[in-house]
Design a protein around this ligand. Structure first.
Ligand code: GLN
Length: 278
């Protein structure tokens, strides 16, 4: 069997499962097993493959066919131009979350203190540290499993000890500490949506996705608690759901803090910019 044959077979199997990106996903699996670039699958499509390679390709294709996300099958995902290791202990970093990185690197003062809570794989914190090595970067998560993934991503991308990783539920472990910029991508999906979401999402950790009170419980704790963790002139940038802007604004008002909603490239509510009231 050749590279071209197995690629066609894998792509057809994923197309039959209704996967829109079937060709790309098949190319990624085949290239991963053969340890080559996707381009080599085309330029060397007649090269023979071994039985061990085809068995592994079939096994990984079956996992994708059954709905498992490519990032977990391949073990990594690109975010902000960097390669992050991911597995089912962490949410897969999304392109829309890159907005938090842009905002943080543009707003943080030279040599400032930066904190990313609900860090998961560490994607936001590590991308910020990579772009702004002058900042002192801390990151936290309530999940020890997620912190293990973030620790190994930091070690391989920005270096061991480059990011201070702390086990914390929202701000609990940061009593008395203040930062210039804080970012958060908290769980914000309503648990009632669980059955209606894409199959791929069921492979991701519930703790990273769902929050009681229509997805608002962690958001509200952040709005209630962030002011005492900001230095003068500081800001908090928080990712929110596409339909949560109005409720974030009224929640901010109820807690006497200022909020603005920034939209993503698709024109949806995406990031809440929070500042203390005075
Ligand atoms: N953006 C993710 C999604 O739509 C949710 C991430 C989150 O809850 N923080 O699946």
């Amino acid at each position: 069997m050749t590279r071209g044959d197995i690629l066609n077979r894998a792509s057809e199997s994923l197309r039959d499962a209704g996967i829109e990106s079937h060709r790309l996903d098949a190319e990624l699996i085949v290239a991963h097993v053969l340890k080559c670039d996707r381009i080599k699958l085309i330029t060397e499509r007649d090269a023979a493959i071994t039985t061990a390679e085809s068995d592994l390709i079939n096994k990984l294709t079956q996992r994708r066919h059954d709905g498992e996300p490519s990032a977990y099958i391949l073990g990594h995902r690109e975010f902000y131009g960097l390669d992050f290791s991911v597995d089912s202990r962490v949410l897969i970093p999304r392109p829309e979350t890159e907005m938090l990185v842009d905002l943080a690197i543009n707003c943080a003062p030279e040599g400032g203190k930066f904190l990313d809570i609900c860090t998961g794989s560490g994607a936001v914190a590590i991308a910020v540290k990579h772009a702004r090595p002058d900042l002192s970067v801390s990151a936290s998560d309530v999940s020890p499993d997620a912190l293990a993934v973030a620790t190994s991503n930091a070690a391989s991308i920005t270096g061991p000890e480059s990011v201070r990783l702390i086990h914390s539920d929202v701000f609990d472990a940061f009593r008395g500490e203040r930062f210039d910029i804080i970012t958060a991508n908290p769980p914000y999906i309503s648990p009632s949506c669980e059955g209606a979401l894409q199959k791929e999402i069921s492979y991701e950790p519930d703790i990273a996705l769902y929050s009681p009170d229509d997805g608002f419980s962690v958001i509200e704790r952040i709005i209630a608690g962030f002011s005492e963790h900001l230095l003068p002139g500081g800001k908090l940038f928080m990712e929110i759901g596409y339909d949560q802007g109005a409720r974030v604004l009224s929640c901010a008002e109820a807690h006497s803090v200022r909020a603005e909603i920034a939209k993503d490239l698709s024109g949806h509510d995406r990031v809440a910019v929070l500042t203390p009231s005075v």
